[in-house]
Design a protein around this ligand. Structure first.
Ligand code: FEO
Length: 166
């Protein structure tokens, strides 16, 4: 049985994951509007993964006898200054998500809720990958700078990302 505090925190994180999906969809829309189709495709896969993350919380809450409570999802920004700013936004957002997961782990540990702690460990590892991936893209796009050819090549590379991860 989840404590009331844990249930609230898990529901909050479920909402944060849904908000992540929406943020990345908003970024995809901005990129698509600039014909950066590969970057947009990458972002759409990212959005799908975030929705799966939200569903993992949904399923876990139910498995533990709790009720998933859906709250309003924050609207993402509609404008970014550059493709680089978009990917910096991904990196900064993932850092915030990591913070949220870490706080949840702290809560589970303080409540000696081993099952929730074990459930969250998947997200702890996932955040290491998410942050590293975002950092890598910020680095790559920084190297490309304002060179259209470099951006074209990067866009092509990012367009190869396939859905189906977690
Ligand atoms: Fe679900 Fe990218 O954190």
């Amino acid at each position: 049985m989840l404590s009331e505090k844990a249930l609230k925190a898990l529901n909050r994180q479920m909402n944060a994951e849904a908000a992540s999906a929406y943020l990345y969809m908003g970024m995809a829309a901005w990129l698509d509007a600039r014909n950066l189709r590969g970057c947009a495709a990458w972002m759409k896969v990212q959005a799908q993964e975030e929705f799966l993350h939200a569903m993992k919380f949904y399923d876990y809450i139910n498995e533990r006898g709790g009720k998933a409570v859906l709250a309003a999802v924050e609207a993402p920004p509609a404008e970014w200054n550059s493709p680089q700013a978009v990917f910096e936004g991904v990196r900064d957002h993932e850092r915030k998500v990591t913070q949220g997961i870490n706080e949840l782990v702290d809560l589970a540990a303080s409540e000696r809720d081993h099952a929730t702690n074990a459930f969250l460990q998947w997200f702890v590892s996932e955040q290491v990958e998410e942050e590293a991936g975002a950092e890598d893209l910020v680095h790559k796009i920084g190297m490309v700078g304002q060179h259209p050819h470099g951006l074209y090549m990067l866009d092509r590379e990012l367009g190869k990302r396939k859905a189906g991860g977690d």
